[in-house]
Design a protein around this ligand. Structure first.
Ligand code: KG4
Ligand code: ZN
Length: 345
């Protein structure tokens, strides 16, 4: 059991997440049991711009943060006094949004004498797996892949990560978003590409698979994105009718092939028997399917969070914060600031 600043005994953590365009709060017990998970999506306000508008995001976070926290507490049947602490994302992400979450977390921590725990958003994504699969035991290879990062990791203990490689330019999710925007198939891009790809032929167009054979664990999605954009422009210039489903499917397959290849390489080198996927792109069913099939052949198990925990949420932040606090007893100071380009270390 954890002892908060006020001397109370509790295993219940409040998590707060405002790094992008979801205002989220959640209550998690023992770092693994979900008591409530509230996510107020801002998609409706951003979709007409085809991407997240930081200024709008900050304003919406301000509007939503208090009701979202209140709902998380009431659905969990928990009062502030029952909490072990408050965990909050302090980076990476959009500075305006991060500051709203941090300010809310600080106020609650101060008013109720609770420990304040700063959480790296990318690390939060990893912990989402622990909520969905409480019995997971490292060592593992873990790919965290979303709109802002593509990091391939090895760890034998949660919290202690060896970064094997990461994207040298765009994140994989960013490429999904850009292709969706150019194809005008909807927002957010990842789910839109995946849906359309189901009707297409993934072998129709031979898009490049950058760095697939490079003898390292780094990725590059900017080249793939540019190749797809060039293809679309060429077809438009020739007045050819675009087969959007084939483009979506072929792009998706190219992106997945690179991710799968590097994961398999890491699995063989590190000789692990478990692989974790984390982050928004891990919601992609085709990715899950292709990776699981390859890893099954090697006798390796594949884990990914429940769909609602793949994309941004605060349950993963509460979980990561709980274990960080339990292990290190490290409280963030009241001067905790947003770190927009925070890396996983
Ligand atoms: O983790 P997340 O919600 O936010 C970040 O930390 O970035 O991930 C969002 C990213 C977006 O780029 C989105 O297009 C992508 O994850 N994404 C997907 C899918 N669902 C979300 N990409 C491919 N297929 C999906 N089903
Ligand atoms: Zn995220």
């Amino acid at each position: 059991m954890l002892k908060g600043n006020g001397g109370r005994m509790s295993d219940v953590m409040l998590g707060i997440e405002t790094s992008c365009d979801e205002t989220a709060a959640a209550i998690v017990k023992d770092g693994k049991i979900l008591l409530s998970n509230i996510v107020a999506s801002q998609v409706d306000w951003h979709k007409k711009y085809g991407g997240v508008v930081p200024e709008i995001a900050s304003r919406k976070h301000l509007e939503f943060i208090n009701p979202v926290i209140e709902q998380a507490l009431s659905e969990a049947g928990v009062e502030f006094e029952d909490l072990a602490g408050v965990a909050v994302t302090y980076g990476p992400g959009l500075v305006g949004g991060l500051l709203v979450g941090i300010a809310a977390a600080k106020s609650i921590a101060y008013a109720h004498s609770l420990p304040l725990v700063g959480v790296n958003h990318i690390e939060g994504h990893i912990y989402a797996n622990l909520i969905s699969h409480p019995k997971i035991k490292p060592p593992v290879i873990c790919l965290t892949v979303s709109g802002g990062h593509t990091d391939l990791l090895y760890f034998s203990e949660f919290g202690d990560y060896e970064i094997l490689g990461r994207s040298r330019d765009d994140a994989a999710g960013e490429a999904f978003d850009k292709i969706a925007k150019v194809l005008e198939i909807g927002y957010p891009g990842g789910p839109a590409v995946e849906k359309l790809a189901r009707q297409g032929d993934e072998n129709a167009i031979d898009f490049p698979r950058p760095m697939i054979h490079a003898n390292n664990y780094d990725f590059s999605f900017s080249g793939l994105k540019t190749a797809v954009l060039n293809y679309i422009n060429q077809q438009r210039q020739k007045n050819n009718k675009l087969n959007k489903a084939d483009i979506a499917a072929s792009f998706q397959k190219a992106a997945i092939d690179v991710l799968v290849k590097k994961i398999i390489k890491a699995v063989k080198e590190k000789k692990v028997s478990n692989v974790l996927l984390a982050g928004g792109v891990s919601a992609n069913q085709r990715f899950r399917e292709l990776l699981t099939a390859k890893l099954d052949d090697l006798g390796v198990d594949t884990y990914y969070p429940d769909l609602k925990l793949c994309t941004d949420n605060a349950a993963m932040i509460a979980s990561a914060g709980y274990f960080k606090w339990k292990k290190t007893k490290e409280q963030a100071p009241y001067s905790l600031n947003a770190v927009p380009n925070l890396k996983l270390s």
